[in-house]
Unconditional design. Sequence first.
Length: 255
Amino acid sequence: MYVLGLIPARGGSKGIPRKNLAPLLGKPLIAWTAAAALASRRLDRVVVSTDDAEIAAVARECGLEVPFMRPGSMARDQSGALEVIAHALQEIERRSASKVDAVVYLQPTSPLRTAGHIDRAVEMYAEKSADTVVSVCRVPHNLASESQLSVAADGRVAGANAALLLRRQDKPVRFARNGPAVLVVSRACVLERQTLYGERTFALEMTARESMDIDAAEDLDLAEAWLRWSGRGRAGCTRGTRSGRRGRCPSSGAT
């Protein structure tokens, strides 16, 4: 089974200038995903999909391949992961004799995801003959649907019912995609069925801490604290970035 690691890293972002190069413990954000991908035992090759020359240069300094550039039409806020993955598959197979069996999509905005998570996801994909493996985290009980309320303009609670009286331990366990930090999807799903989630989709659970997704400036501060606490204050390259770090807010669309 030939498994391709794909790191999407477009240059533009609506509210966070150059987010994929944002400094985290003195290293560009993309370096943390590069280190995890390159340390994985289950990826046969790791490439970056970007439309940006500076990101391409930084990615190469981190030890990653950038064998093609992503068209600008696929690097907009509205661009989705499916078209980015499909484009990468087509470009890789056009340039080499290797036919990819599965793609592992690794967004730079999940810096606390490790090589171990990547390897477990690929192993699950193989063991379960899956179409897709997606990383998830547990939804906190106080945010579950049983705890949610509708509040009218005057502050009155609408739709309160007996479900709100459930104790924490009585509420069903629910999960949500955590980015996703790791997405393993078959070539057939992407190119033949035009979907990221096939009928045989399985979940890889990660902790809330491991699932941290960088959306805002304060997320970088919190990620830095966790990385220092865990002793993971090292990554594959140390190049700085021209971009500042203040005033960031979440972006949308493909990474």
